[in-house]
Write a protein that binds this ligand. Structure first.
Ligand code: RAM
Length: 535
């Protein structure tokens, strides 16, 4: 299902003071020049889009040093393997061999995070988001030798180069290719996690690499796509960042950007653009806006930054008030499941009505804690009354005594997402939450979790229900399976029951280095270093 939000009569309220603070916190990016490790020859036209396996498709491997010795003719093709996921700017040094160059060299380039993208044919793309996200270029080079600096920033491990044409009189030589990789942080600054479990240590490393490659001018959701700051992603990235890079300024910058660009009624946008100028997107996501309070409280409890708390507290409270404003007289949130309104997860057919209420309750807890730090007794009192009232409403409306599960919407749908958010909202006490999560695992509701974003909340729910060991096991099963599938960075979507699922109608535009999937490092480092449990 296409999921977009276009708001009519969209008015932007910019807070210049906040935007100035955000601007001053803009990071200088670290740059590292990296060269490919290997040259790969793939068996072409295999059409194995649905069953990627590098070892089946790579037919020849050579050292990168062999590249400059080759002479490429029409239709010749090579894949450069950079050995790991990179985000940056590519430069190629090209020259000619044979007679004088008597025609432009015409080259096709494709950048891929995963081998599946190399094999897929962009001409067949029929997803509902822009084809412009596919990382491919058609280039004419009139005069050789030449140094070609590609203008876009790419996210990739593999770079395919195909000669569309040269001429019968000359060949193309690729003397050198490099990427100037960029990030606001450097993973070598994070001490390795040494816990004696190779799979968990590997998961931690992949998670940190994912986070590093998403930390640019802001916390991006995915450096291939959408390359922008989403509030829901930011909240999870920030948590992982506190356990690893500890780049508090970048979090602060992003919180001020959201606070500094609200729209109608003071709503914070679900995502922001930073180029060509700062602009909020006209997308409101109920859950993301509410979770601003959680992101702010996390930041404050890490830094005790009083200035930021004072500035941004009203923004957080406003989101909660707006959320409360959606309640019906019965104390529930109307069902918006047919719109892109409460995100929760990308699961097809997921009914988000009950989860909306649960996320509101969850956010009230964070808001109350913020109010306590602000010594705003009136707010603590008012929001605590709401919290209790809505917990009761959640049970009255959505608890199904017979199934011992929460249901959602008129269809009384049972999903993982609903149970998890009700647990995180602490609608029941801890022991009953534990029973609920164990029962959910037993029942395995048909509406599955499909994103690492939702899995993050599942792991969180397990830990908060006292099931820490099981949480670690589940991290191994879910993120470990991605590692097993060759992940250099963790993916936007990963449904173990349907590995090639895409919310966009094509795997080609899925992001394979995606912010919200980096949180195993948060859980593992907190868990193994005896991190503090949240109140
Ligand atoms: C996608 C992006 C982003 C996410 C939104 C809801 O477009 O992947 O990460 O936050 O969905």
């Amino acid at each position: 299902m296409a999921a977009v939000c276009i708001l009519d009569e969209f008015e932007v309220h910019k807070n210049e003071k906040f935007l100035k603070i955000a601007e001053e916190l803009k990071p200088e990016l670290h740059e590292t020049v990296i060269r490919p490790e290997k040259l790969l020859q793939f068996k072409r036209h295999l059409k194995v889009e649905r069953k990627p396996d590098m070892h089946e498709t790579v037919v020849r491997e050579e050292a990168y040093e062999e590249l400059a010795k080759k002479q490429f003719k029409k239709d010749d093709q090579i894949v450069l393997d950079f050995g790991n996921h990179q985000v940056g700017y590519v430069t190629m040094k090209l020259s000619a061999a044979g007679s004088h160059q008597d025609a432009p060299a015409y080259i096709y380039l494709k950048f891929a995070e995963r081998p599946e993208e190399l094999e897929a044919d962009p001409a067949q793309y029929d997803g509902w988001i822009s084809k412009g996200w596919l990382q491919e270029e058609y280039i004419h080079v009139d005069t050789l030798p030449a140094e070609v600096k590609l203008p876009r920033r790419y996210a990739f491990r593999y770079m395919e180069l195909k000669v569309i044409d040269v001429s019968m009189k000359f060949s193309l030589v690729v003397d050198d290719v490099s990427v100037r990789a960029v990030s606001a942080v450097r993973e070598e600054d994070v001490p390795p996690l040494e816990i004696g479990d190779p799979l968990l240590e590997k998961i931690d490393r992949v998670a940190i690499h994912t986070l590093q490659n998403c930390m640019q001018d802001v916390f991006e959701d995915g450096p291939k796509r959408d390359r922008r700051l989403w509030l829901g992603d930011l909240r999870l990235q920030a948590r992982a960042n506190y356990q690893t890079f500890k780049n508090y300024d970048l979090v602060k910058r992003c919180l001020y950007l959201f606070g500094g660009m609200t729209f109608n009624e003071g709503k914070v946008s679900a995502c922001l653009f930073t180029e060509p100028q700062l602009d909020p997107d006209d997308t409101y996501l109920f859950d993301y806006a509410l979770l601003y309070s959680s992101a702010l409280l996390d930041y404050y409890e890490e830094t005790y930054d009083e200035e930021a708390l004072k500035d941004l507290y009203p923004v957080a409270i406003r989101q909660i008030e707006i959320g409360l404003g959606y309640l019906t007289e019965d104390g529930v949130i109307p069902d918006h499941s047919n719109e892109f309104w409460c995100f929760a997860d990308w699961g097809e057919g997921l009914n988000t009505q009950a989860a909306s209420l649960a996320i509101l309750i969850y956010s009230l807890r964070y808001c109350i804690n913020l109010a306590k730090h602000m010594k705003d007794a009136e707010c603590v009192q008012r929001m605590s009354v709401w919290e209790e009232k809505l917990k009761k409403s959640a049970v009255d409306h959505y608890w199904d005594e017979e199934q011992q599960l929460f249901v959602s919407g008129e269809e009384r749908q049972v999903s993982w997402a609903t149970q998890i958010w009700m647990i995180l909202a602490r609608v029941f006490p801890k022991e009953k939450n534990r029973e609920l999560i164990l029962h959910t695992i037993d029942v395995n509701p048909r509406i599955q979790m499909v994103t690492p974003y939702m899995y993050h909340h599942y792991i969180d729910a397990l830990i908060r229900s006292g099931e820490k060991e099981r949480a670690i096991d589940e991290i191994k099963k879910y993120w470990g399976e991605m590692v097993h599938d060759g992940a250099d960075t963790f993916w936007e979507v990963y449904n173990p029951y349907n590995k090639y699922e895409s919310p966009y109608g094509s795997l080609m535009v899925n992001s394979f280095c995606h912010a919200w999937s980096c949180t195993p490092t948060y859980f593992l480092r907190k868990f193994y270093t005896g991190g503090r449990e949240e109140e």
